[in-house]
Design a protein around this ligand. Structure first.
Ligand SMILES: [Zn+2]
Ligand SMILES: [Zn+2]
Length: 128
Protein backbone atom coordinates (compact mmCIF):
# COMPACT_ATOMS: atom_id res chain seq x y z
CA UNK A 1 0.00 0.00 0.00
CA UNK A 2 1.18 3.51 -0.80
CA UNK A 3 1.03 6.48 1.54
CA UNK A 4 -1.76 8.87 0.45
CA UNK A 5 0.45 11.87 1.24
CA UNK A 6 3.96 11.07 0.07
CA UNK A 7 3.50 7.84 -1.96
CA UNK A 8 6.13 5.95 0.02
CA UNK A 9 5.37 2.38 0.97
CA UNK A 10 3.44 1.71 4.15
CA UNK A 11 4.30 -1.14 6.49
CA UNK A 12 1.93 -3.07 8.73
CA UNK A 13 2.41 -2.30 12.43
CA UNK A 14 2.81 -5.74 13.94
CA UNK A 15 1.79 -7.30 17.26
CA UNK A 16 -1.11 -4.99 17.95
CA UNK A 17 -4.80 -5.55 18.69
CA UNK A 18 -5.73 -3.23 15.84
CA UNK A 19 -4.92 -2.94 12.16
CA UNK A 20 -2.67 -0.06 11.17
CA UNK A 21 0.15 0.77 8.78
CA UNK A 22 2.97 3.25 9.12
CA UNK A 23 4.52 5.18 6.25
CA UNK A 24 8.22 4.61 5.65
CA UNK A 25 8.56 8.12 4.22
CA UNK A 26 6.60 10.71 6.22
CA UNK A 27 5.86 8.46 9.26
CA UNK A 28 2.13 9.09 8.94
CA UNK A 29 -0.08 6.32 10.32
CA UNK A 30 -3.10 4.76 8.63
CA UNK A 31 -5.64 3.14 10.93
CA UNK A 32 -8.03 0.70 9.33
CA UNK A 33 -11.73 0.84 10.12
CA UNK A 34 -11.61 3.48 12.86
CA UNK A 35 -9.14 1.47 14.91
CA UNK A 36 -7.44 4.66 16.16
CA UNK A 37 -10.12 4.84 18.88
CA UNK A 38 -9.21 1.38 20.13
CA UNK A 39 -5.50 2.07 19.66
CA UNK A 40 -5.58 5.27 21.71
CA UNK A 41 -6.75 3.35 24.81
CA UNK A 42 -3.77 0.97 24.77
CA UNK A 43 -1.10 1.80 27.32
CA UNK A 44 2.23 2.82 25.78
CA UNK A 45 0.79 2.91 22.27
CA UNK A 46 2.25 6.35 21.58
CA UNK A 47 5.56 4.54 21.00
CA UNK A 48 4.36 3.66 17.48
CA UNK A 49 4.32 7.37 16.71
CA UNK A 50 7.76 8.08 18.05
CA UNK A 51 8.90 10.73 15.61
CA UNK A 52 12.52 11.71 15.73
CA UNK A 53 12.54 14.03 12.76
CA UNK A 54 10.23 16.79 11.68
CA UNK A 55 9.72 15.20 8.27
CA UNK A 56 6.00 14.64 8.80
CA UNK A 57 5.27 18.28 9.51
CA UNK A 58 5.78 19.12 5.85
CA UNK A 59 2.75 16.98 5.07
CA UNK A 60 0.42 18.65 7.55
CA UNK A 61 -0.95 21.09 4.96
CA UNK A 62 -1.49 18.27 2.47
CA UNK A 63 -5.13 17.49 3.14
CA UNK A 64 -6.71 16.75 -0.24
CA UNK A 65 -5.84 13.10 -0.29
CA UNK A 66 -7.54 9.93 -1.49
CA UNK A 67 -8.07 6.87 0.65
CA UNK A 68 -5.15 4.50 0.04
CA UNK A 69 -7.56 1.55 0.04
CA UNK A 70 -10.75 2.84 -1.64
CA UNK A 71 -9.12 5.57 -3.75
CA UNK A 72 -11.95 7.94 -2.87
CA UNK A 73 -11.44 11.49 -1.61
CA UNK A 74 -11.18 11.61 2.16
CA UNK A 75 -12.95 13.91 4.61
CA UNK A 76 -10.98 16.47 6.61
CA UNK A 77 -11.61 16.10 10.33
CA UNK A 78 -10.57 17.74 13.58
CA UNK A 79 -10.53 16.10 16.97
CA UNK A 80 -13.42 17.49 19.04
CA UNK A 81 -11.44 17.81 22.25
CA UNK A 82 -8.14 18.90 20.67
CA UNK A 83 -8.97 21.17 17.76
CA UNK A 84 -5.35 21.55 16.63
CA UNK A 85 -5.29 17.87 15.66
CA UNK A 86 -6.36 17.54 12.05
CA UNK A 87 -6.69 14.21 10.35
CA UNK A 88 -8.32 12.68 7.31
CA UNK A 89 -11.01 10.01 7.35
CA UNK A 90 -12.54 7.79 4.68
CA UNK A 91 -16.34 7.61 4.65
CA UNK A 92 -16.28 4.24 2.85
CA UNK A 93 -13.88 2.08 4.88
CA UNK A 94 -13.64 4.26 8.04
CA UNK A 95 -9.87 4.40 7.67
CA UNK A 96 -8.13 7.34 9.33
CA UNK A 97 -4.80 8.97 8.49
CA UNK A 98 -2.71 10.77 11.10
CA UNK A 99 0.38 12.79 10.23
CA UNK A 100 3.57 11.95 12.09
CA UNK A 101 3.28 13.08 15.70
CA UNK A 102 -0.46 13.68 15.53
CA UNK A 103 -1.50 10.30 16.81
CA UNK A 104 0.76 10.69 19.81
CA UNK A 105 -0.86 14.04 20.47
CA UNK A 106 -4.27 12.41 20.05
CA UNK A 107 -3.49 9.82 22.74
CA UNK A 108 -2.35 12.50 25.15
CA UNK A 109 -5.31 14.60 26.08
CA UNK A 110 -2.86 16.42 28.23
CA UNK A 111 -3.30 17.66 31.75
CA UNK A 112 -2.82 21.23 30.55
CA UNK A 113 -5.65 20.84 28.07
CA UNK A 114 -7.92 19.30 30.73
CA UNK A 115 -7.20 22.16 33.12
CA UNK A 116 -7.78 24.72 30.38
CA UNK A 117 -11.10 23.11 29.54
CA UNK A 118 -12.12 23.13 33.21
CA UNK A 119 -11.25 26.83 33.49
CA UNK A 120 -13.19 27.65 30.34
CA UNK A 121 -16.21 25.79 31.70
CA UNK A 122 -15.87 27.60 35.02
CA UNK A 123 -15.63 31.01 33.29
CA UNK A 124 -18.70 30.42 31.18
CA UNK A 125 -20.63 29.34 34.28
CA UNK A 126 -19.63 32.52 36.09
CA UNK A 127 -20.69 34.69 33.18
CA UNK A 128 -24.22 33.30 33.02
ZN1 LIG B 1 3.94 9.13 3.78
ZN1 LIG C 1 -11.36 4.02 2.30
Amino acid sequence: MECPKCNSSMNEIKDTAFSALKCSGCNGIWFRDGSHELARSIEGIEAIDDVKTNAGAAYNPVRDIDCPECHKRMIKMVDRSQLHIEFEACAYCNGVFFDAGEFKDFTEFSLIERVKQAIDTFKSNVRT
